[in-house]
Write a protein that binds this ligand. Sequence first.
Ligand SMILES: Nc1ncnc2c1ncn2[C@@H]1O[C@H](COP(=O)(O)OP(=O)(O)OP(=O)(O)O)[C@@H](O)[C@H]1O
Ligand SMILES: [Mg+2]
Length: 244
Amino acid sequence: MLEVRDLSKSFGGLKAVGNLSIRVGQGEFVGVIGPNGAGKTTLMNLVTGYMQPTSGDILFEGRSIVGLKPYQISHRGVGRTFQVVRPFSEMSVEDNVMTGALFSGAKTSSLAKARKAAELPMELTGLAAKRHMHAGALTLGEKKKLELARALATAPRLLLLDEVMGGVTRGEVDDLMVVLQRIHASGVTIVMIEHLVEVIMALSKRVVVLNFGQKLHEGSPREVVEHPAVIESYLGRPLDAEVA
Ligand SMILES: Nc1ncnc2c1ncn2[C@@H]1O[C@H](COP(=O)(O)OP(=O)(O)OP(=O)(O)O)[C@@H](O)[C@H]1O
Ligand SMILES: [Mg+2]
């Protein structure tokens, strides 16, 4: 479904992503981990057209998407969330989700259609009961759900998540994990950047570890957290058995 081929992105002398190749098959739930500054968000910005690669190629469903604008990549079926949430605070939850549908291409060009398209994303994320609330009044965990719902309203087949769990409470993490499982079960392929290793362990079948813009290791969650180079560069110490 997604193929990143020998991708590089330099900022001046800094190679944020270097000769990176990753493949994601339809229906997968892939985790991406790595230390701060490893290039995870840059990778996501490259795939979604927010940044242009210095070299390399990105194919979605067999066609190159390099050079396309973010909205064109969204129309092709790639959705994303942002590391820092930014809802339209003065607008209702429902209207926020509708913006996703309205800007997702010609299919939902009317308000009535957008309202209908917002329904399933609100159900999947558990926000339907809060549809009339101002987005600004939501907790951070709920804002993360809103971010997910808005992305889902663009009808993505592939969804890229940048630290959905960042900064939310323990209870909200559990809640969001259920939501992500539901989204995945609905047929959406997911690539998730996440610092909480136990979340990656619970949700993804395959993990890619980035370090200095390169692939340090790739494998099952269990294999990855036991890999010496991953422990040294990222985990700092072996995971507790009970957490793993
Ligand atoms: N627009 C930019 N201009 C210059 N340097 C950048 C830019 N965006 C990212 N970088 C640099 O590229 C490297 C990778 O950053 P990136 O944000 O992709 O890391 P990350 O893995 O997402 O980190 P974190 O876990 O902290 O979110 C860092 O050294 C960062 O400072
Ligand atoms: Mg980041």
